[in-house]
Design a protein around this ligand. Structure first.
Ligand code: BJ8
Length: 435
């Protein structure tokens, strides 16, 4: 095993062997991850002290958390791998399970996937699939099964093939939000409960569900608190660090994660009181809107912040779409709690829905709340729904006089220079407005 520079993503060869990991390859990947992390995260100036916990989480990404998960499995807890924020985590937690959002943000596993999947589909789907077939993700190797969904064509057809490698269940997500669509989804949620009950050998009760709801509400409130602090100028934390926390939210222990995010927010509130920020108050404030950026996809944030901008909001599933809506906590029976759960999840404004006009309103609201000065609309290549929906968002931005830039990209570094040039020109238009 090689050693990286000063920041090291820890090695766990014995554990990896038990999990049937391609050890040599994972070792190379963790070296690259360590170098990239050191370069882009640890080099930032005025970084809050509370980020030390999240640095530790990354250093333990291939072992520490895996050990916790395997220990939980030994206690009979069910571990579910997911790829979408429509999978109701409250239910998994209520039945004592663990929910892990699986890795899907690396270009390194795409060539593996392209041996089986077509090249011209979303890089997130290919990356995730590649992680599994190349056996380089300790999380994939640890989950009991994967719960996929029918949100987009690339995903739903890939699940059929993924099921040949790892047990994959699919939840049907309606594509409209009429009353009968909600009824259909409630039935799907009930099938999910049945599946979880049979594996966990536990029965979902109202009390259990309320426990799950409270854990998730606390986690979402902590993330809301963090996001709200970015609206101050100067912002007390960088966009890169916030994106990292939003990514870690999908696999860390939820109770510990919530505590650490709140501790970080305590520190940031003090910084705000003292008027301290991570960058000059003149830094351009940019909101990012669009497709999720799965770990370790930091490409756009790196470009924006290396050019002197500051990302102040992610209108994305790895961002506000995950935490903007809470659940009520007072129910008299399980059925009404499940109906409220359906209502909460149907507020997610993913572009796979039609019509999806509430997203337009939400983007404008988040733009105002975050005190951004321009929107970069981010779409992964071949994501048809987000790509097409850019038209409506752009039109709304033009009407409101909001500077708007559309970027369609994948995980490769090849277009970084071109994106930099476009963002520099975009920054210049924002500076013009300031004059
Ligand atoms: S709720 S955004 S997490 S589906 S995989 S749709 S990028 S082509 S991720 Fe998503 Fe759930 Fe919606 Fe959110 Fe496009 Fe790629 Fe499909 Fe994607």
């Amino acid at each position: 095993m090689q050693r990286s520079a000063s920041f090291e993503v820890k090695v766990y060869p014995e554990l990896w062997k038990v999990l049937d990991i391609d050890i040599e390859r994972l070792d190379k990947m963790r070296m690259v991850l360590g170098e990239v992390y050191e370069k882009h995260f640890l080099s930032q100036e005025n970084r809050p002290k509370g980020m030390a916990y999240f640095d530790w989480v990354i250093s333990e990404i291939h072992g520490g958390r895996i050990k916790e998960i395997l220990e939980a499995k030994r206690e009979g807890r069910v571990v579910v791998g997911t790829f979408c924020i429509y999978i109701p985590e409250e239910i998994i937690l209520a039945l004592d399970g663990i929910c892990i959002g699986l890795c899907a943000g690396s270009p390194g596993t795409i060539p593996d996937a392209e041996k089986i999947l077509p090249r011209n589909i979303c890089p997130m789907v290919k990356s995730a699939f590649g992680f599994n077939i190349a056996k380089v993700c300790p999380y994939f190797q640890s989950v009991d099964f994967v719960y996929g969904e029918t949100t987009c064509d690339a995903k739903k057809k890939t699940w059929e093939i993924l099921n040949e490698y790892i047990s994959t269940y699919v939840m049907e997500i309606p594509q409209m939000k009429r009353e009968h669509d909600k009824r259909l989804w409630l039935e799907e949620v009930k099938l999910f409960i049945e599946k979880m009950e049979s594996l966990s050998k536990k029965k979902l009760t109202l009390e259990r569900l309320l426990e799950g709801i409270k854990i998730m509400n606390a986690k979402r409130k902590a993330l809301q608190r963090l996001n709200n602090l970015r609206s101050f100028n100067p912002a007390p934390i960088s966009g890169k660090d916030c994106l990292l926390i939003e990514q870690i939210a999908f696999y860390d222990d939820p109770i510990r994660f919530t505590k650490k995010v709140n501790e970080l927010c305590d520190e940031l509130e003090e910084k705000v009181k003292r008027g301290e920020g991570v960058k000059d108050p003149q830094a351009l404030r940019i909101m990012v809107s669009g497709t999720p950026m799965a770990l370790p996809n930091w490409k756009l944030h790196n470009i924006v912040e290396s050019l002197g901008g500051m990302v102040v909001n992610e209108e994305s599933c790895i961002g506000t779409r995950y935490f903007k809506d809470l659940m009520p906590e007072d129910f008299s029976d399980l059925e009404s709690a499940l109906k409220a759960l359906v209502d909460r999840y149907m507020k997610i404004d993913c572009s796979c829905f039609t019509p999806n006009d509430e997203r337009v309103e939400q983007v404008l609201k988040e733009y105002r709340d975050s005190k951004a000065e321009g929107i970069i609309y981010y779409s992964l290549a071949f994501c048809h729904t987000y790509n097409i929906e850019a038209y409506k968002i752009q039109k709304a931005c033009e009407k409101e006089g909001i500077p708007f830039l559309f970027i369609e990209t994948d995980y490769s570094p090849e277009d970084i220079g071109q994106i930099q040039t476009r963002i520099e020109a975009f920054f210049e238009t924002i500076r013009e407005r300031r004059r």
